[in-house]
Design a protein around this ligand. Structure first.
Ligand code: SF4
Length: 292
């Protein structure tokens, strides 16, 4: 009986020790995550990071492959692998690289709404790149069933907004929020407005305008005038992505770390472009062009 009890005690002690060592390991990992500049750590690949995907909470850890694809031939003009988890800060960098690679005075870039960032769009415009990026629908007011900002029309001649009740929202002051210079407008007519319940629960509805908002307004106008642009984007960029993913056989890279994954991607892109040019020109003309 004593022997049985001893054996049980030993087993329990071993289990407790194992749990304690596991807790120590987890605590060390928690500290590592806390100390990391972006509060992330990956055990399989030190450079891989959590990617924002459309499925919330999917938590895919990996890399973000950016490509610029030409709309005519579907060739990959430029590509870059990053471990930044979203596309919001990516547009200007890849667009400028494509601009240089194309050696064109002016190019147009079309991207999905995940790339929407006022600063990135302005950075493109500054170097002669015309951007087409739809604005995400993230208006808090619209989500609450109130008028969204798009219901307010900016009038550049008077630097004011016209609201759904036809009132004028005039410039009141300028402020800086998160590094952005914003102009603030409101009307004195809100108090007596019959539409107020559809507009705001505050004493008056305030509308903010970024100092470079005119660039965004002009882009929205271009998109409204050319709704086919987004269809062209889908047909253009999804083609090489679909082909590359089919070749890779699964969603995983074979290499680890940013440098090696970049090299792996570059080899895929090179193979894709070569096969594409063979298809467009034919092998003999391609060889002749390469030897010329
Ligand atoms: S509440 Fe003010 S801003 Fe809104 S519709 Fe009425 S007057 Fe215009």
């Amino acid at each position: 009986m004593d022997r049985l009890a001893d054996a049980r005690t030993t087993r329990l002690r071993e289990k407790v020790e194992k749990l304690q060592s596991e807790m120590q390991r987890m605590q060390a990992l928690a500290k590592e995550v806390e100390d990391a500049p972006d509060q992330q750590t990956s055990l399989t690949d030190p450079d891989a990071r959590s990617m924002a995907t459309s499925g919330k909470g999917t938590g895919t850890v990996g890399y973000n492959v950016q490509t610029a694809v030409d709309a005519q031939h579907h060739l990959i003009v430029d590509h870059q692998v990053t471990n930044i988890g979203n596309d919001r800060s990516q547009l200007a960098t890849i667009a400028k690289r494509a601009h240089t690679a194309m050696q064109a005075e002016h190019i147009e870039v079309v991207a999905d709404r995940g790339y929407f960032s006022g600063e990135e769009i302005v950075a493109c415009e500054e170097v002669g790149i015309t951007a087409y990026v739809p604005r995400p629908q993230t208006s808090n007011n619209q989500a609450k069933g109130l008028f969204g900002k798009r219901n307010f029309v900016y009038l550049s001649e008077t630097d004011s907004y016209r609201c759904p009740a036809g009132q004028s929202l005039i410039w009141r002051f300028t402020t800086v929020e998160k590094g952005l210079t914003l102009h603030c407008y409101w009307s004195s007519a809100c108090k007596a407005c019959p539409l107020k319940t559809q507009c705001t629960s505050s004493p008056q509805r305030r509308v903010k305008r970024w100092e470079h908002e005119a660039v965004i307004d002009a882009m929205q106008q271009r998109l409204d005038q050319d709704p086919d642009k987004m269809r062209i984007r889908r047909q253009t960029v999804e083609h090489p992505f679909g082909t590359l993913k089919a070749w890779m056989g699964s969603t995983h890279f074979l290499m680890r770390t940013l440098n090696h994954v970049s090299t792996e991607t570059s080899l895929h892109v090179l193979a894709y472009n070569l096969k594409r040019v063979m298809k467009i020109l034919g092998i003999a003309p391609l060889m002749q062009t390469m030897c010329a």
